[in-house]
Design a binder for this molecule. Sequence first.
Ligand code: RAM
Length: 894
Amino acid sequence: MKRLLLLFIVAAWLPAAAQVSVSSLKVNHMTEPSGVVDAEPVLSWVVESPDRNVMQQAYEVRVYRDGRSVWRSGRVESDDCVTVAYGGEPLASGTRYEWQVRVWDDRGRVSKWSERSSWLTGMMTAGEWQAKWILPEEQTDASPMLRKEFSVSKPVASAVAYITSHGMYEASINGAKVGDAHYAPGWTSYDKRLQYQTYDVTDMLQKGANAFGLVLGRGWYLSLLGWSSGEHQIYAYDRMAALAQIVVTYRDGSREVIATDGTWRSSTGEIVHSTIYDGETIDARLIQHGWNTAGFDDGSWRGVTVADYPMDNLVSSDSEPVVTHEYRTPVEVITTPKGEKVLDFGQNMVGREIFTYKGRPGQEIVISHAEVLDEKGNFYTVNLRSAKAQSRYICSGGEDRFEPSFTFYGFRYLKVEGIEGDLDPEDFKAAVIFSDLAEAGSFSSSNEQVNQLQSNIQWGLRGNFLDIPTDCPQRDERLGWAGDAQVFFRTATFNRDVQSFFRKWLKDLAADQHADGQVTDIIPTIEGLVGAGRTGWADVATIVPWQHYMAYGDKRILENQYPSMKAWVDFMVGQCTEPYLWNTGWHYGDWLFYSVDNDTSGVSAVTYKPLIQQCFFANSADVTAKAAAVLGLDKEAAYYADVAAKAREAFCNAYLTPAGYLVSATQTAYVLALNFDMLPEAMRPVVAARLADKVREYGHITTGFLGTPYISHVLSEWGYTDLAYMLLLRQQYPGWLYPVTMGATTIWERWNSMMPDRTIPNNGMNSFNHYSYGAIGDWLYRDAVGLHETSAGFKTMAVKPHVGGGFTQMRAEHVTPYGRAAAEWRDAEGLFTLEVTIPVNTTAEIYVPSASADEVMLDGAAVAASKDASLEGYADGYTRVKVGSGTYRFEVKR
Ligand code: RAM
């Protein structure tokens, strides 16, 4: 009996304890980051509970260093679980801090202490570098190898390595690679911000002799970049160089630093040539086996030169490294009509191949990369322009494994030359490489072609989020085009966690911004290659910080970027020739809009550039005002709000007719005017109707880069959901599904990158992996399924589906800062259902499509009767219900 009672008590207690729990601990919004140098890193976590309407009431954080407590927050009454600043004793360099958290919910329940998570600090002060920049005594085209032996005689408590380079590096200790990053130190505005990485290498050291090795490649720092490449040596120094130190802390408390200095040795090995655009040459006969292990005879190696390169531009890297995410295998071996031996991986992707082969000594195998085959089925590389994009492998005679280290390719097909006889697909794999961004969402529906479009959008993201957001990954470009990033940002946030990725890139934006406030066209910029201050491109400086804040809810992004935001708006104000009318400068405009050759009937969708400028100008002033308000800068908020109002007024005076036409009667003009609130209230529906007319008149989309992100959103917002679906589902050029019908596996740069007969217009600018038009992804989540934030960081959100397009089902999931949210609607004969899952500590407005509130059911009863949800009203075809966390399935009988 006693035992039974005990069992009963335990059983009753167990589920109760599990009802609220804490997971997903992050520091600076990353999981267990290394190199954190903030005095007050930001801690965040996710609260979970199977129950409905749960809020966090309070939290308690504990932080430890070597098991000793360095901060106890005590119980803090707060629902913040996203931006909690560390508040303990000052943080030491190169130190691992462990932490955990527990929370109380609004029912007084307390969670268990979370599992411990940790972060590793970087160098907390600048003066800690003992290392000197070193370069090999002699530098050729080949990748330098640098080595140093050191010995460890006492038990080690911890060892932390700090490494950076001019060019790229791969580091190793005792023969094993340090970390799993590729292309470190990443791409930044090197002269102003050169990142170093921090690694915990405690477990890599061994008692006795150790070896520290570094291999360098030209990378972004020293490859020629830009389409007119050859002229663009971009940074101050023209030699590959390294800077590294390992700080070893022994258990007895003593320290030792192994640093790059004049005692290092240098040589070269198998990487005989490597650049970003042209690819890599590896001669396996030149491998120096064991060069990065202790005891290797480096007698034939040379010394190094110590260089006086600057150190004041060094910053700790604070975004995710670039890593291999998966390996793919060929789906087909093809012999083309020209007789080329080609492997098809079935997916246009970015990364590099891994090739294992036993050839003759000296046998050279050349692997070329292409995104598409031409209309005859031959290997097509014209669109790579001057980029050779080739791996050249020279066999040792033994079993060789080749994989480039310092280059990457955009490809679906490999052409292999130098192998006699048939290709064995088993010899080839493809590594898919991009920044280590966690998945943050999914979208799926009853329409398979739209699902393929979503897949293409996600692959466009994978291919172009390689340390910086690039326009394309394959040709002699691969640059951080500002407009493209601006256009795609919100779509990116729905699909991957790009919070730190963009925080980093925006710092480079500010670093490269001209003194007069102009923002460069590409970031990191390349002086002399591009300009600055282009409408829609430069506005990345205001749009992305604001959207970032809305997506992630951490106002530090606004603190960081506010001076840059202001500077850009102030520049535009200063350029106005008439009060608040900005119409000067050269601009890209609505890039790649619908245009027709020999256009005698004027159907090309040309939007007057100053009209576009005025919209982006007003919007930038508007979001800068909002940012100022969030930061508590009320006077500045009022000033920029006034600038925005005056810019809107100037817009209407200059470009709007009394009948609701715009001087450019294009889809893009109407879309921008509506999306950026340029119009007086009464004019909006009139202009929306003009837009609808333009969409019907063409029967297809005509927008370029600047109109595309918003057109569907504006249509569904103004009651033209049918037209938004018409645009989405159109299978002919121009439209999103046209490439899908052509077998595309990524988003194309142009609506017609390939013609229906599979010919490829050789127009000098034609990428098959350009994410910009993938901006429709935002609409799929935000409007079609309808899941979106209504306040910063999804603290409050809404689900407002736009049903149509013949879809019977649609589902979106998104990992918000508070945890996973999901919404799925099903439109079946006689029954419409909407199921939502809302994270703990948030609330949501659910808009259930219905003829009246009476027909909406929840949990088998009228929604009005629910104790978990509150009915808020009915308008415009939706019953509005407010809910807290949990899962709710609404039913509407038809
Ligand atoms: C192209 C780029 C990019 C675009 C610029 C204006 O070269 O690929 O997509 O932003 O031009």
